[in-house]
Design a protein around this ligand. Structure first.
Ligand code: GAR
Length: 197
């Protein structure tokens, strides 16, 4: 079985990244992790990835022009042989040029039911909306922020006493089920939308 080579991009805790790496340990999985890359040297996920035997890299975005940052990232990803990029709590907006170089091969997880609540502060905005449900979306990345084709969504209830923190804590385990399922399907060439309810 030939495997698709996956690089995972993080900025922080990397809990979604860890779930992706663990899911790819299955013998029947169509993908393998080849690199975990962080734009922040202090990202906790880096040492967790290394402990699982996945190569890691840091490409710091601070104090330099974006084209230079992205060119170094692009080189590290290509050196690792990456074919699919998974953004997992990666908190930099990628340029249209970078995205064009990886067209159709970048996935992202966003903590809302897109197309609702693109951008930041999604949990607070979901609560303020008065909706009874919230969720997460895995989608293909296009130059338009959080607007690419939806691959899968997971739904959780919003409870009367929720704060952004309690809602985020309820959503995270749903993200951990959603992203591995989305990657498994995508790596096998299946882009049909699915829902975890
Ligand atoms: C996750 O909730 C993810 O959906 C969100 O950041 C968190 C990262 O957690 N992503 C975004 O907000 C992207 N704009 P993790 O580092 O533990 O996976």
């Amino acid at each position: 079985m030939t495997h698709r080579a996956v690089a995972i991009l993080i900025s922080g805790t990397g809990s979604n990244m860890l779930r992706l790496v663990e899911s790819m340990q299955g013998a029947d999985h169509p993908a393998r992790p080849v690199l975990v890359l962080s734009n922040r040297p202090e990202a906790k996920g880096l040492k967790h990835a290394a402990a699982l035997g996945v190569p890691t890299a840091v490409v710091d975005h601070r104090g330099r022009p974006k084209p230079e940052f992205e060119a170094e990232m692009d080189a590290a990803l290509r050196d690792a042989g990456a074919e699919i990029l998974c953004l997992a709590g990666f908190m930099r907006v990628l340029s249209a040029d970078f995205i064009a170089r990886w067209e159709g091969r970048i996935l992202n997880i966003h903590p809302s039911l897109l197309p609702l609540f693109k951008g930041l502060d999604t949990h607070a905005r979901a609560i303020a909306s008065g909706m009874a449900v919230h969720g997460a979306t895995v989608h293909e990345v296009i130059a338009d922020l959080d607007a690419g084709p939806i691959l899968g969504q997971a739904v959780v209830p919003i409870l009367p006493d929720d704060t952004p923190d309690t809602l985020a804590a309820r959503l995270l385990p749903a993200e951990h089920r959603l992203y591995p399922e989305a990657l498994r399907r995508f790596a096998a060439g299946n882009r049909a939308r699915f829902a975890l309810l």
